[in-house]
Design a protein around this ligand. Sequence first.
Ligand SMILES: Nc1ncnc2c1ncn2[C@@H]1O[C@H](COP(=O)(O)OP(=O)(O)OP(=O)(O)O)[C@@H](O)[C@H]1O
Length: 330
Amino acid sequence: MQLLDIRNLTVEMQTPQGVVRVLDKVNLQLSEGEIHSIVGESGSGKSLLAKAIVGFINPNWQVTADRLWWNGQDLLAMTPKQRRHITGRDMAMIFQDPNAYLDPNSTVEQQIIEAIPQGDVRGTFMRRRVDRKTRVKRLLHRVGIRDHESIMDSYPFELSQGIAQKVSIAIAIAHRPRLLIADEPTTAMEPSTRLQIHRLIARLAVSQQMSVVLISQDVASILPETKRLTMLYCGQLMETGPANEVLSEPAHPYTDSMIRMSLQTQQQLPHKARLPTLPGTIPTLRHMPIGCRLGPRCPYAQKTCVKAPVATHERQRVFHCHFPLLDTTP
Ligand SMILES: Nc1ncnc2c1ncn2[C@@H]1O[C@H](COP(=O)(O)OP(=O)(O)OP(=O)(O)O)[C@@H](O)[C@H]1O
């Protein structure tokens, strides 16, 4: 059984210009302990997908799905209270800017203590106090912070970005979640810090037996341990499959262009050279193309692309494209 099983998830919001589908029939399957990366440019719906999983979608928006199951339970059939219970117990999220998430007025120790489930500490008042402190130290060690004494007494503004992200990870794993959603956790970090945070998340996934959904704008910033990769564009799923296959042999022109862009931006580009992006710009919510939303920017698009392509299944891969780059003839 899949830990998370999402089929045809659609999120619609009301705008002055009418209803807009910000997520359009998106699928996602996640097994226990698996690392799944979701990649797409800004506005592709990655954060909305994460919010739909944890149940933090604006109540005025319409969320529908053929299936939104967590560990075999239908999340959409639950009351808000039941949903909050599941999210609070089993899921955790970390974000791009840890300082926006951490409380500026509390020390690291106070914030981690708050995240430790009450039932984990028992005994007399003094016993509980000592036990909590020990658990805070243990959590800090688990996220690779050795200098726990000084960090515990620090306020978020006194921490470097990398340490602050490690603290937010310590808070996230304090209740031993089964799923960690990391929403662009290393954007704007130096390469060495980024590597440390990536290694930490991958290590915790194994040691805590925790599944990870990692969100990134760039295929170069996904974890090397990523098992499955999903490419989103303007709320539509372009392609999903085993990460090594998708990256070595992309089926969708969007994946192909994102890989090329990432490879070229890592190379030294000549002064004033144009970035190798897709032509055109990402459409606004008010002007979503019909059919395949990549159509106006896709070098392979033809008239047929105004109709949404059906899913093509190739072994463990699924892609939505009328003109895939993979040879699908039997
Ligand atoms: N609260 C909101 N009100 C109006 N539109 C929203 C809101 N939240 C998201 N959207 C729109 O929904 C679409 C998807 O947003 P989302 O934040 O999921 O994108 P994203 O892929 O995470 O982008 P980024 O990488 O820039 O964070 C965007 O067009 C965005 O403008």
